[in-house]
Design a protein around this ligand. Structure first.
Ligand code: SF4
Length: 424
């Protein structure tokens, strides 16, 4: 190797556990390539696209922290926070890492990583590595290493941006929010749109689209699946989860949901090399959950997936529902909440979780009624179900909301976590 590559340690292919485990250090999964300098570790997916950067020098904030590039081409900083006590990140997020996103979101704990020069230096190290690979002489090089370098060089920043745009074009728009349950697989999902728009267009919502709800045709869905397979290419094998979008896929009905999931399963070969159950995620609403017939759950229960359905309840306080502009009434929310518990108890492979709002500007009765509901809800010991509290976007973006959160969590019979809004 010539001088430019002398100080690099290159691993063409490494295999971490395919299953993402909840561990404090390090967050590692799947098959990837790795290049290390004395100061940084760069990880690439099987298509040669940069995926993770982690600092190895003494100035890096913490050895467990890293930058991750999403399929939407956002660089997200994974922070372990500054509180390792029982009130640390894990107690309110259910994970050991707080993903710090580079766009406005609803985090109750803001880490301004863009102001940290040690983290910013990692961004500068990536184009420097790219330039070194570009300028390196490949004569006499191990063919596998040569192949890896050529793959990486095909994926410069412009290409990576264009690929994210292509993904949006395939599915017909950017996924503006992922279900909270996708945290279980570090938000690594393949998106497949089976419907657009939503039923309510709530006033408070910061992720809605202007469209009325409309299901996609099966022809459209099959075409997405075909293009997605080609888009993800070799890296497809690193995915074990499917997100059926968009904001209320449950309203699309049992036929479309089950057909889309089955076709994607077959085409993507999601299970082929896995020793664990693939996951299916979708959002639902109060109405779509109440309208869902038993046969939908029976069919979902027999799919090869373990399915998470996340429902936006928001509040059981009537004035709060009016205040946030959610056009459903308290009795419907309570009915849907009970249906969530019933489905969780009846179907082993389906887990419905629910979202409620949290925020200083909400009426006091909101928190009181929610705490009372969660305190008095008895859940069978299936270990399923979770409640997510989603901070309103205009709430103070710091920890002032955590006492409210813990107050509700500590009274609840169901696990409660904070919902961090993340796009794909
Ligand atoms: S909260 Fe859900 S139903 Fe309401 S506008 Fe947003 S996406 Fe639509």
């Amino acid at each position: 190797m010539n001088n430019l590559l002398n100080n690099l340690s290159i691993s063409v292919e490494k295999q971490d556990p395919a299953k993402i485990s909840k561990a404090s250090f390090p967050l590692r999964y799947g098959k990837y390539s790795e290049i290390k300098t004395s100061e940084y570790e760069f990880r690439f997916n099987l298509n040669g696209e940069i995926k993770f950067i982690r600092g190895l020098n003494v100035n890096w904030p913490h050895p467990a922290e890293q930058l991750k590039r999403t399929d939407g081409n956002d660089w997200v900083y994974y922070s372990i926070g500054d509180n390792s006590s029982e009130n640390g990140i894990n107690s309110w997020l259910g994970e050991y890492y707080l993903p710090c996103v580079p766009y406005p979101s609803n985090s109750i704990w803001e880490v301004n990583y863009l102001a940290n020069s040690n983290i910013m230096n990692a961004f500068a190290a990536w184009p420097q590595l790219y330039a070194n690979l570009y300028g390196a002489s490949t004569g006499g090089m191990n063919p596998k290493v040569k192949g890896l370098i050529s793959l990486i060089l095909k994926n410069d920043d412009r290409v990576l941006y264009e690929r994210s745009q292509k993904l949006n074009a395939i599915i017909g728009g950017r996924v503006s929010v992922l279900p909270p349950d996708t945290r279980h697989i570090d938000y690594e999902i393949i998106p497949l749109m089976i419907a657009d728009g939503c039923l309510y267009h709530c006033k408070f919502c910061c992720v809605k689209s202007a469209q009325q709800f409309k299901a996609r045709t099966m022809t459209d869905i099959l075409e997405q699946i075909r293009q997605l397979k080609s888009f993800y290419d070799r890296n497809l094998e690193n995915y074990n989860a499917l997100f059926l979008g968009n904001h209320d896929a449950l309203e699309a009905g049992h036929e479309l949901i089950c057909l889309a999931a089955s076709e994607a399963y077959k085409t993507f070969g999601i299970l082929d090399k896995r020793k664990f159950t693939p996951l299916l995620f979708l959002f639902g609403s109060v109405n779509s959950l109440l309208n869902s017939e038993n046969r939908l759950f029976e069919q979902l229960n027999h799919l090869p997936f373990y399915t998470y359905i996340n429902i936006g309840f928001e509040s059981i306080d009537e004035p709060t529902l009016k205040f946030i502009g959610k056009p459903v009434d308290r009795s419907k929310v309570l009915e849907a909440f009970q249906k969530m518990l019933d489905v969780n108890a009846a179907f082993a492979n389906i887990e419905i979780t629910g979202n409620f709002l949290m925020g200083e500007t909400l009426l006091p009765k909101h928190n009181q009624s929610l705490a009372e509901l969660l305190r008095n809800t008895s859940v069978p010991s299936t270990g399923k179900g979770a409640i997510y509290l989603s901070p309103l976007k205009d709430s103070p973006k710091k920890r002032e909301l955590l006492p409210q959160f813990y107050d509700i969590k500590n009274q609840s019979q169901i696990p409660v976590y904070v919902y961090l809004i993340q796009r794909l």
